[in-house]
Ligand binder design. Structure first.
Ligand code: ATP
Length: 325
């Protein structure tokens, strides 16, 4: 009910009488007052005027389940929201929720992670109170080899969601990072639980640096929305915007089970396209010219000797010839 009252106050933008809320939700005035008190304690500025009712003046930058759910405009993506003030990693939480039978679309959101991860066991720096750590549970009817493309689908959705909420132009570094001014704003990590040729569930995790001021010295390639725009951005609307885009992009992806319907969008955001890149394989590296992605989401590159390679996301990293991108 808290999320719904919040939504009602926000949508009205003016005073809503206690009576109106009581009638809408079939609860007592005391119950409504209790919810308002809770909201105030959480940092929402809700004004209470005897003859007029309640009016919301300002909202804190919180990403509690109620706050995020009250902004969600989707049918299934990001429903329900499970919130953790602190957890090891939202990808781990979603994997467990998936094993326990949670529905397709369940979203784990954390304010802080103690064991945030990147690809291949790398660490994802996850300070509290300033960033977004979220993972969505998917139960797609796909064969396992197609699941890595969901990283690319999410990359489109995150880029679109961020650009809806902040005055910034972002690009995608294939396959899983969102870049602004040559630095990493977002990381995406897709993991799955499979049987031999059947997906139990997929976890797509997203870490977005929102209002963080600075990073440890060893992460020179990181940036945040605050660093790029000089402005603080409320996190919950960003989560809701990303979920809205993801629901649409996922539908397009599932129609063909490949990137063909999202190709134009993804390619338009791809920073590597038409650039010299360095392909880092496990034990070797080579320079090539990146032509773009194909329908399978592979990066198509031309080696200096003219041979064309199709690169799968798995074990490969892509860098710019002179730096990170
Ligand atoms: P690749 O190109 O192989 O994906 P990557 O450096 O982008 O390489 P990821 O696994 O995507 O690797 O992300 C983990 C890396 O990101 C870490 O090794 C660290 O360099 C960097 N990193 C860690 N935390 C953050 C953060 N909060 N914001 C930006 N970058 C981070």
């Amino acid at each position: 009910m808290k999320a719904e009252i919040l939504k009602m106050l926000r949508e009205t933008g003016d005073y809503v009488s206690g009576q109106e809320i009581c009638e809408k939700f079939g609860v007592s005035r005391t119950a409504v007052w209790k919810v308002i008190r809770q909201l105030q304690e959480e940092g929402y500025q809700v004004e209470a005027v005897r003859s007029k009712g309640y009016r919301i003046l300002d909202e804190p930058d919180v990403i509690t389940a109620e706050e995020v759910a009250s902004l969600m405009e989707t049918e299934w993506a990001g429903k329900p929201v499970v919130y953790y003030p602190e957890t090891d990693s939202t990808n781990i939480r979603i994997r467990h929720l998936g094993d326990e039978g949670a529905p397709h679309g369940t979203l784990a959101v954390a304010d802080r992670q103690t064991a945030g991860r990147g690809r291949r066991g790398r660490t994802w720096e996850s300070p509290g109170g300033s960033c977004i750590y979220m993972s969505i549970l998917l139960r797609p009817e796909l064969t396992p080899e197609k699941a890595p493309m969901l990283t690319l689908v999410m990359a489109c959705s995150v880029a679109e969601g961020i650009m809806d909420c902040a005055d910034v132009k972002v690009q995608i570094k294939w396959p899983n990072d969102i870049i602004v001014s040559g630095k990493k704003l977002v990381g995406i990590l897709t993991e799955m639980s499979t049987q031999v040729d059947y997906i139990n569930h997929v976890t797509v995790g997203v870490g977005i640096n929102v209002n963080v001021q600075s990073f440890p010295e060893e992460i020179q390639t990181a940036t945040s929305l605050l660093s790029e725009t000089g402005k603080r951005v409320k996190r919950a609307p960003v989560i809701a915007a990303v979920m809205r885009h993801f629901e649409e992009d996922y539908k397009i992806f599932m129609q063909t089970e490949d990137m063909s319907g999202l190709m134009e969008k993804y390619s338009g955001l791809l920073i590597n396209r038409g650039r010299e890149v360095l392909i880092l394989e496990k034990d070797s590296e080579y320079k090539a010219f990146a032509e773009g992605i194909n329908q399978k989401g592979e990066l198509v590159v031309r080696r200096e000797d003219g041979t064309v390679e199709k690169i799968c996301a798995g074990e490969v990293s892509v860098r710019g010839v002179y730096g990170y991108v």
